[in-house]
Design a protein around this ligand. Structure first.
Ligand SMILES: NC(=O)C1=CN([C@@H]2O[C@H](COP(=O)(O)OP(=O)(O)OC[C@H]3O[C@@H](n4cnc5c(N)ncnc54)[C@H](O)[C@@H]3O)[C@@H](O)[C@H]2O)[C@@H](O)CC1
Ligand SMILES: Nc1ncnc2c1ncn2[C@@H]1O[C@H](COP(=O)(O)OP(=O)(O)O)[C@@H](O)[C@H]1O
Length: 285
């Protein structure tokens, strides 16, 4: 795929995806499959917690641990009683979906800072993006265009211009983390300047909560990879992020196809993820 400046930006393919999805094994237990920890959802947006947790389960997590406000926790457990609300070890974190930095408590800010200063890989979304620049943990940031511009402003960079690819590479370098810029064409840059594009979705994806689902999918992929190999380098994290976007887009297409090409909701996307993963992992004849 050639961008508007004549550069070639590789498109993420199904065989790239296959190399980043961990197939379950007979010697697995739930911890070997990877545990995702999620601090998402707020009283204003409790549904985002449900969407992300659902997506992480549907993407093959061995366990999902959830921590958030009481109302969000109740909704998560009503939808997914499998979810564990006790504190414990995780192989990947998802922070920020359905939260707002402006209303975050100092206690929550302190917990997020500690996670972002740790060794466990973190997917940083929505209301936690303001804390991402100060983090040292391996990080995947998942902004949409407005969030990307806010992040760039915090980094002292001008708003992204029409050359989205150059902008997202610049952001990834400045923040020292993988940046996944959402859109009809999702771009993933690592801090070394490698850029890939994911074109997998449908315009029906432009509906509330699909970004929360994407964060949950990526969290499960990172946890599975980290359960095998705890130290994931930025190139690997970028591959896992691109894989998440590919699965998400194909799940959306599948969900729409099941509805005669009609509209979908965010939960429909999460529901369709297992069939997409199954097809990717199916032995090629
Ligand atoms: N079910 C849920 O709980 C959901 C929670 N969400 C969470 O909601 C939070 C905010 O995300 P956003 O992407 O909205 O944040 P943004 O701050 O990027 O977007 C809000 C912007 O949209 C503008 N806007 C609001 N309503 C509009 C309208 N009707 N027409 C045109 N412009 C309008 C506002 O002026 C503001 O500038 C995040 O934490 C996100 O994760 C969203 O994912 C949606 C679903
Ligand atoms: N026009 C579009 N075509 C295809 N995919 C889109 C389009 N617009 C948005 N998306 C995808 O939908 C998702 C929306 O995420 P986000 O903006 O974070 O929504 P929310 O905050 O409501 O969860 C992203 O994965 C993005 O790539």
């Amino acid at each position: 795929m050639t961008d508007r400046n004549g550069r070639t930006v590789p498109l993420w393919t199904e065989s790239d995806v296959r190399a980043h999805v961990r197939a379950p094994r007979s010697d697995d237990d739930k911890y070997r499959r990877g545990v995702v920890g999620m601090r998402t959802g707020a009283d204003a947006y409790p549904g985002a917690a449900v969407l992300g947790v659902e997506a992480a389960w549907r993407s093959g997590a061995g366990m999902v641990r959830y921590a958030g406000p009481r109302r969000a926790e109740d909704l998560v457990l009503a939808r997914r009683p499998e979810t564990v609300t006790a504190v414990g070890r995780v192989q990947a974190w998802v922070l920020g979906s359905g939260t707002d930095a402006a209303t975050r408590t100092p206690e929550e800010t302190s917990v997020l800072r500690d996670i972002l200063a740790g060794d466990v890989a973190v997917v940083v979304d929505a209301g936690a993006l303001d804390l991402a620049p100060e983090g040292s943990a391996p990080r995947i940031l998942t902004p949409h265009a407005r969030e990307h511009d806010r992040l760039r402003a915090a980094l002292g960079l001008a708003a992204a211009d029409a050359d989205r690819g150059a902008s997202v590479v610049e952001t990834a370098r400045a923040v020292g983390a993988v940046v996944l810029l959402k859109g009809a064409r999702t771009l993933v840059a690592d801090p070394d300047g490698t850029l890939v594009a994911v074109e997998a979705g449908t315009p029906w994806l432009a509906t509330a909560g699909t970004g929360d689902v994407l964060a949950g999918i990526i969290g499960a992929l990172v946890a599975a990879a980290a359960a095998d190999q705890p130290r994931l380098d930025p190139r690997r994290l970028a591959g896992l992020a691109a894989t998440g976007a590919w699965l998400h887009g194909h799940a959306a297409r599948r969900a729409s196809t099941e509805r005669a090409g009609g509209p979908i909701t965010a939960l429909d996307v999460a529901d369709a993820v297992p069939a997409v993963i199954g097809a990717v992992l199916a032995p090629v004849a």
